[in-house]
Design a protein around this ligand. Structure first.
Ligand SMILES: CC(C)(COP(=O)(O)OP(=O)(O)OC[C@H]1O[C@@H](n2cnc3c(N)ncnc32)[C@H](O)[C@@H]1OP(=O)(O)O)[C@@H](O)C(=O)NCCC(=O)NCCS
Length: 257
């Protein structure tokens, strides 16, 4: 690992379509050697038989481009910009969308899970705003939430969209700082699809999502405690300030309080 990293400058900026998938960084760019070390380690764990076959080296003024065959036999072109010490300061990795045999393709940047006729995706293009508004309108916590507020909330969250035969039938939404906390909200499954383990699948996949690996996960619920307790959530005392009163979430004060 250190021999590989010796070719890179400390301020390396490394951009690859594999970065969102392996490191969970949506922009696709890693900055700094220690982030690169973690990324290479994850790459070697994900592809233990990793082997590159160099095809050609193209030489520029302050850069070189390596053409090689990469994971899953995908063709790759890596444009490497060098500093005065011939260390790589910038790497831009490009892949053919599929390999020559057409049997493997670049991992997409989205996280998706499949179960029978259902799939879950964090690709916002898979979300259907009309369906989400309809789902939330039936809830006790968002029945009066406007379409504009819902749309804005989705844009600033990580959402898993539950889709069945092309129709959105569920949602789980997370708000996070990517380090210390994730707030879990808008967990809902269409009534026609309940009782099939989809709610648990939503929570399980959400907790496994690479961009939601934070120290804490928080949520508020009126009556679904058991669903979350199964995944390690515990009841704690919390405080809340809101422009929307939710009396059912308030504990009546006990004597002495
Ligand atoms: C909660 C909800 C998402 C569960 O979806 P689902 O697909 O029916 O869930 P599953 O089939 O995976 O089962 C959920 C498990 O949680 C349990 N559970 C606990 N509290 C529950 C509640 N208030 N509602 C539904 N299930 C609840 C179920 O009994 C079940 O456990 P079991 O299999 O041991 O019986 C769904 O009922 C729903 O959309 N409810 C309305 C919205 C809501 O209340 N969301 C939660 C807000 S915090």
């Amino acid at each position: 690992m250190e021999a590989i990293l010796a070719h890179y400058a400390d301020e390396i900026e490394f951009t690859s379509p594999f970065v969102p998938k392996l490191a969970g960084i949506e922009s696709g760019t890693l900055v700094g050697k220690s982030a690169l070390r973690d990324y290479f380690r994850q790459g070697l764990e994900a592809y233990p038989d990793l082997r590159f076959e160099l095809m050609q080296v193209l030489v520029g003024v302050r850069s070189v481009t390596l053409l090689y065959r990469s994971v899953n036999n995908l063709d790759a072109a890596e444009v490497l910009t060098l500093n005065n010490l011939a260390r790589i300061v910038r790497a831009e990795v490009h892949y053919s969308p599929s390999n020559r045999a057409g049997e493997a393709s670049l991992p997409n940047a989205f996280n998706e899970w499949n179960r029978g006729e259902y799939f879950l995706s964090d690709d916002s293009a898979k979300g259907d705003l009309d369906a989400i508004c309809a789902l939330l309108r039936s809830t006790y916590w968002a029945d009066d939430r406007s379409r504009e507020v819902i749309e804005k909330s989705l844009q600033h969250s990580i959402c898993l969209h539950l889709v069945h035969r092309g129709r959105q039938v569920g949602l789980i939404r997370g708000v996070t700082d990517h380090a210390t906390f994730t707030w879990v909200c808008d967990v809902i499954v269409d009534p026609a699809h309940r009782g099939r383990g989809l709610g648990k699948w939503l929570v399980e996949s959400f907790l496994a999502h690479p961009q939601l690996q934070t120290i804490n996960q928080h949520l508020c619920t009126k009556d679904a405690h058991r669903l979350y307790e199964e995944f390690g959530f515990q009841r704690i005392e919390a405080m809340r300030r809101s422009s929307r009163p939710m009396p059912f979430l308030l504990k009546p004060p006990t004597s002495g309080e």
